[in-house]
Design a protein around this ligand. Structure first.
Ligand code: ATP
Ligand code: MG
Length: 427
């Protein structure tokens, strides 16, 4: 036998037990996004490397060291997408969708970053993101945050707090950057090596350093909020007012900056303390500066991306069993019962679409089949043996209840199951 090949480090399989949580999350999010008027779009997993370099910024960790980039056979440089916004913006520009009525869009899918794998941090991970184009105001930001809050609540997740900050306009941030660099230069010796390297390339990133010594220096640093102009301040205050009106709690975190360079005005993160160090489950903000970078005329953009691995972990830790849809198992023993079973299973799938119908395949004794029925998780076994087939009836065995077996005519099976399903739903 040859050696078994294992999956790539940081890229995980999702087994059926996990997928149940993923599907619940994905369905709930798709449903809520639809109710808010967001429409899904699907973009390729691979884009030209130049797109990410431009949109995310050459000095970011993502572009500098985390992208999976390769040379195509014709010499093009391509990358696995590390995030979704760049591709969505490319697509709306390319298809001429951008400069019309406001667009509310969402996407879902795998993203790739070559980071050090650890809890909540993978090399292939998944995001659901929303992007809104054409709306410059803080009201749409409040809507996006309300949408997130609704998702947490419909998923039964608590303890996810919202942190907000304003990055102001590019010009305001430029002035602040100078003041920040001047200040940090005076404390160069106390900064960690990463922050020293960032000082010239991307000094705002120093603000969210996790290094203790750097954090102490940062605590005394000039504040971005002191550099905001009237318009930026008004924008941010209005957002805070809307959140209060909606009863959405938040905390202003003056050190919150995003790793990606294209943000302006509002930035936010939803954070939990229940996942260890990787506690940010959703991050986003306004990126009015991105579209010109990608060759479009200026246009407002705002959005978020949530990390599905982290949300699934929260769902699991929140406890509570996922309810499987009710299912039955067809036990088929004896000549002629396989064909009759195939037909009956199809009939039931037609008539009772809410019901999972598992058919025993490839025979086996009664005992073996009941064991399979039990392991399948089905609530009922419908038993079709030679005798039952001859008499046109079915045995119904309750697998999860202490209840006597019943006998029903095959012709009436769909009606009987319909009544049983209705009774199940009442409970
Ligand atoms: P972090 O500070 O955790 O590295 P980030 O700023 O790089 O996050 P974004 O690019 O804003 O993250 O992505 C949005 C969300 O996607 C994050 O808040 C997180 O939930 C999730 N995410 C990002 N990178 C990873 C990863 N490598 N593995 C799992 N989830 C991730
Ligand atoms: Mg990151």
């Amino acid at each position: 036998m040859s050696e078994r090949i294992q999956s790539v480090k940081g890229m995980h399989d999702l087994l059926p037990a996990d997928v149940a949580y993923w599907q619940r999350l994905e369905r709930c999010a798709a449903d809520i996004l639809g109710r808010y008027g967001y429409r899904e779009m699907r973009i390729p997993v691979v884009e030209k490397t130049a797109l990410f370099k431009r949109a995310i910024g050459e000095t970011t960790d993502v572009v500098e060291k985390e992208m999976y980039t390769f040379e195509d056979r014709n010499g093009d440089y391509l990358s696995l997408r590390p995030e979704g916004t760049a591709g969505v913006v490319r697509a709306v520009l390319q298809h001429g969708l951008l400069y019309g009525p406001p667009l509310r869009l969402w996407y879902i899918g795998p993203m790739f970053r070559r980071e050090r794998p650890q809890r909540g941090r993978l090399r292939q991970f998944h995001q659901i993101g929303a992007e809104v184009f054409g709306l410059p105001g803080p009201d749409i930001e409040a809507e996006l945050l309300a949408l997130c809050a609704r998702l947490w609540s419909e998923l039964g997740l608590s303890g996810i707090r919202l942190e907000l900050n304003s990055l102001g306009l590019a010009e305001e941030r430029g002035k602040y950057r100078e003041a920040l660099v001047d200040y940090l230069r005076e404390h160069l010796d106390s900064l960690d090596a990463d922050s020293r390297a960032r000082l010239h390339k991307n000094p705002l990133r120093v603000l969210d350093s996790k290094h203790e010594g750097t954090q102490e220096i940062v605590a005394q640093a000039p504040r971005l909020s002191d550099y905001l102009g009237q318009e930026s301040r008004r924008h941010f205050d209005a957002l805070c007012g809307y959140l209060e009106a909606l009863g959405i709690e938040y905390r202003v975190n003056p050190h919150l900056v995003r790793g990606l360079d294209y943000y302006s005005q509002t930035v936010f993160e939803w954070i939990t303390d229940r996942l260890g160090a990787q506690g940010t489950v959703c991050a986003g903000g306004r990126y009015d500066g991105l579209i010109p970078i990608q060759g479009g005329k200026p246009w407002p953009g705002v959005g978020f991306a949530m990390g599905l691995e982290r949300l699934v972990e929260l769902m699991k830790s929140a406890g509570g069993q996922l309810e499987d849809a009710p299912a039955i198992y067809l036990v088929l023993v004896g000549d002629g019962t396989r064909q009759a079973g195939l037909q009956l299973a199809e009939l039931l799938r037609e008539r009772c679409p809410q019901l999972g119908v598992l058919m025993n395949a490839c025979g086996g004794s009664f005992k073996a089949q009941f064991k399979r029925a039990d392991r399948s998780g089905a609530s009922l076994a419908l038993v079709l043996g030679k005798a039952e087939l001859a008499e046109g009836r079915l045995g119904v065995k309750f697998l999860r209840e202490d209840r006597d077996q019943e006998n029903i005519p095959i012709d009436a099976a769909a009606q009987w199951l319909g009544r049983w399903l209705a009774a199940q739903q009442q409970r």
